[in-house]
Design a binder for this molecule. Structure first.
Ligand SMILES: Cc1cc2nc3c(=O)[nH]c(=O)nc-3n(C[C@H](O)[C@H](O)[C@H](O)COP(=O)(O)OP(=O)(O)OC[C@H]3O[C@@H](n4cnc5c(N)ncnc54)[C@H](O)[C@@H]3O)c2cc1C
Ligand code: SF4
Length: 473
């Protein structure tokens, strides 16, 4: 096919559940591609000589490579091409903010064009492997004599376990919660990431000899020094960022009807039936705010809206998720922020807000919101859910003295992810701040390589395959 013909093929849109239907359940909204649709979409790829998509993918998957195999109907080979670099294609293909990562860098998406649907093609391959009952993992290596403790079962910890177990290094994952998967399980709702997909990853890890222990809070039930004394030769710290950042308003922590974003989602995802009432105000512009609003709708709240202090252009949430949110009937009040919580008998009644306007760009490059004086207005509400980011919870560090950055993330070597404690490596949200699954996966891969070199007594900076190049992100 000539490039002109490829350019003429329109992006293939997946089948989706209607908004009316989907707000009544937690089933997955987007259907995977059929074989013919996947091949047609794969034909859109120009096989660029300098593929910009690879750089945009935090894991650096060989995107044109797997697409070329897919369109030749070599589905199994295409899947294994992906597997060379990624530990969890089933998850990343569903939750990655592709518009900002691989697809955001695809040459076909420049200007008014539409990028190749890289995420949907990746998902097609995993779905094809599952429906054709193919093994999703390669053989594991026989266990050696050094062992590693992994704190936290999110994508960073899962990835370290994946790579190390394939190198014959026995690992145990210690997870404080009763479930595994970190924010994939207790943050992202099931209608975006079905739980059987996450469970399948843990089944595969177990079959590779990884030991899983839940309900163990490192720093309380046992310390990092205890783990060392128990004979673990190295530790990977992947505790993520689970402490909700507060708005800083009076009575924010002791008013009924105020619940913070990831705390709300964690409780819901652990099975609590939490009713936020009829009218819910969610504060924030990222994926957490959007997931809170969409979850509240599914739990019966009728009038849910989001308050965001900047404009649509600055919203960090994935455009696809914003589109789904608005289809489901959630309005976003842009350029507005809460300034006071009003309550009666300790129960929230109203949220006082103020209008903002955009000033000069701040350090993040986004235009800074500036208060419009005397623009206060009131919103009656049953609940307010601030979802304005998370900090790292350092319970795990009890009894140790480890270097931190000024904003509370672990200070690690930029190339190797080694912390100031020689035997401890860290990666994912606890190093980058709240970010994405794919970035946690990539850091997990870097840390796994560092741990392997460390256990072999080798120089961590020489002859590496993976180097932490987060500056590109
Ligand atoms: C609501 C929400 C929506 C999101 N949507 C997306 C999305 O669409 N796309 C995307 O790419 N990313 C998304 N993310 C971000 C993504 O989930 C995270 O970047 C990713 O999970 C970080 O991985 P991690 O392994 O570093 O940490 P986590 O996934 O946070 O895992 C850390 C684990 O460590 C455990 N832990 C913490 N302290 C201890 C301790 N002391 N002892 C033992 N265990 C401990 C925690 O319980 C947790 O299970 C979202 C996040 C949230 C909250
Ligand atoms: S940038 Fe887009 S068109 Fe080019 S190789 Fe990557 S996916 Fe294909």
């Amino acid at each position: 096919m000539k490039a002109k013909e490829r350019m003429a093929i329109a992006r293939q849109m997946p089948v989706e559940m209607t908004p009316q239907e989907r707000v009544k359940n937690f089933d997955e909204i987007v259907e995977g591609y059929s074989e013919s649709t996947a091949i047609l979409e794969a034909e859109r790829c120009l096989q660029c000589k300098k593929p910009t998509c690879i750089k945009g993918c935090p894991i650096h998957n060989n995107i044109p490579g797997f697409i070329a195999l897919l369109r030749e109907k070599k589905f199994e080979d295409a899947y294994w091409e992906l597997r060379k670099t990624t530990s969890m294609p089933a998850i990343c293909s569903r939750v990655c903010p592709h518009e900002f990562q691989c697809e955001g860098s695809c040459i076909r998406g420049k200007g008014k064009g539409q990028s190749v649907a890289i995420g949907m093609l990746e998902r097609f391959l995993v779905d094809w492997m599952v429906s054709n009952k193919k093994a999703l993992h390669t053989e594991c290596a026989l266990p050696g004599d050094k062992k590693v403790a992994i704190i936290g079962s999110g994508p960073a910890g899962m990835t370290v376990a994946y790579w190390l177990s394939h190198k014959g290094i026995p690992c145990t994952i210690f997870e404080s919660l009763p479930v595994y998967g970190g924010m994939l399980t207790v943050g992202i709702p099931a209608f975006r990431l079905p739980r059987d997909i996450i469970n399948a990853e843990f089944d595969a890890l177990k079959s590779c000899g990884v030991t899983l222990e839940h309900g163990v809070v490192i720093g309380k039930d046992k310390t990092i020094e205890d783990l060392k004394a128990e004979g673990y030769d190295a530790i990977f710290n992947g505790v993520g960022a689970h402490a909700s950042r507060k708005l800083g308003l009076d009575d924010e922590e002791n008013t009924e009807g105020v619940l913070h974003g990831v705390d709300y989602l964690r409780r819901i995802n652990l099975g609590e039936d939490l009713d936020l009432g009829k009218k819910v105000v969610v504060v924030g512009g990222g994926n957490v705010a959007i997931d809170v609003a969409r979850t509240a709708l599914r739990y019966g709240s009728k009038d849910v809206f989001i308050l965001y202090r900047r404009s649509r252009e600055e919203m960090p949430a994935s455009p696809g998720e914003i589109h789904h949110l608005q289809e489901e009937g959630v309005n976003i009040e842009f350029l507005a922020a809460p300034v006071k919580i009003h309550s009666e008998n300790g129960k929230l009644t109203k949220v006082e807000c103020i209008r903002m306007e955009l000033g000069e760009p701040d350090d993040s490059g986004r235009r800074r919101p500036v208060i419009q004086e005397n623009s206060n207005f009131m919103i009656e509400a049953d609940s307010i859910v601030p979802a304005i980011s998370q900090n790292v919870d350092h319970t795990a560090d009890e009894g140790i003295d480890v270097d931190l950055m000024s904003w509370g993330t672990y200070n690690t070597d930029a190339q190797t992810l080694q912390t100031s404690i020689e035997y401890m490596f860290a990666g994912g949200d606890n190093v980058l701040g709240p970010q994405t699954a794919a970035k946690a996966v990539f850091q997990g891969k870097v840390a796994a390589e560092s741990i392997e070199l460390y256990l072999q007594g080798k120089n961590l900076k020489e002859d590496r395959e993976f180097v932490c190049d987060q500056i590109d992100w």
